[in-house]
Design a protein around this ligand. Structure first.
Ligand code: DC
Length: 219
């Protein structure tokens, strides 16, 4: 059974997806991490994401492995490296390139094949798994999202201001929602959850209840 969770940056969807998967005993796939890994591969090679020919050549040679909780790129564990702010910005540029989206969508379908899995990203319920059993769109007020990201970055020792985080979030949101190929939006049959005033535990509990109802309805 496939459960999809889509939503903008900082909406709390990753925490929710991880928590939900743990509660259900499902696998978990962070598809944003896959875009970040491609971004890191381009940064490492000094390739501009706008150069689609060069990007396609990198996809042909890159080795991306997604073992549970980790991201391995060309044999190197890049789980921590892909979280840098520069990688996030490049990832959202990489995400507008159709050949990258096609490549990663095929990988995501291959990974999910025959599994009980929670797939989290921007286009999982709309483009990659349109027939998923249960779909969510998790969102929150932009200021609340930026404040969460800001706290995370401060905890990691990065020196940023809330206004900078808000501006970079706005830039990424605009690119994610306005791109032509698989833009960020809620699937028509997704349950929309606004997490602005909910705790992480409340969000997981709400998702779990809906998935269990959805699974029972399918029997
Ligand atoms: O969720 P994240 O911040 O790790 O995602 C990084 C970037 O990847 C984000 O700007 C949008 C893009 N992305 C996407 O286009 N489609 C997905 N399924 C997941 C992420």
């Amino acid at each position: 059974m496939i459960v999809t969770i889509d939503g903008p940056a900082g909406s709390g969807k990753s925490t929710a997806a991880r928590g939900l998967a743990a509660r259900l005993g499902f696998d978990y796939l962070d598809t944003g991490a896959m875009f970040r890994a491609v971004a890191l591969a381009l940064l490492n090679r000094g390739i501009d994401p706008a150069n689609h020919v060069a990007v396609e050549a990198v996809l042909d040679e890159l080795l991306l492995d997604m073992p549970p909780g980790r991201v391995v790129l060309d044999g190197r564990d890049v789980t921590a490296a892909i979280r840098a702010a520069a990688v996030a910005q490049t990832a959202s540029k990489v995400a507008v390139v159709p050949v990258v989206r096609r490549f990663l969508a095929a990988e995501q379908r291959r990974i999910a094949e025959g599994r009980d899995i929670v797939c989290e990203g921007r286009d999982q319920g709309t483009a990659v798994f349109p027939d998923a059993a249960c779909k969510f769109f998790v969102t929150a007020d932009p200021r609340a999202r930026a404040a969460r990201r800001f706290r995370e970055l401060l905890d990691k020792g990065e020196s940023v201001t809330l206004e900078e985080v808000l501006a970079s979030q706005h830039e990424r949101d605009t690119r994610d929602t306005e791109r032509e190929d698989a833009p960020l939006r809620a699937a028509a049959d997704a349950v929309v959850i606004d997490t602005t005033d909910l705790s992480a535990d409340d969000v997981v509990a709400r998702l779990e209840e809906i998935v269990r109802r959805c699974a029972t309805a399918r029997l």
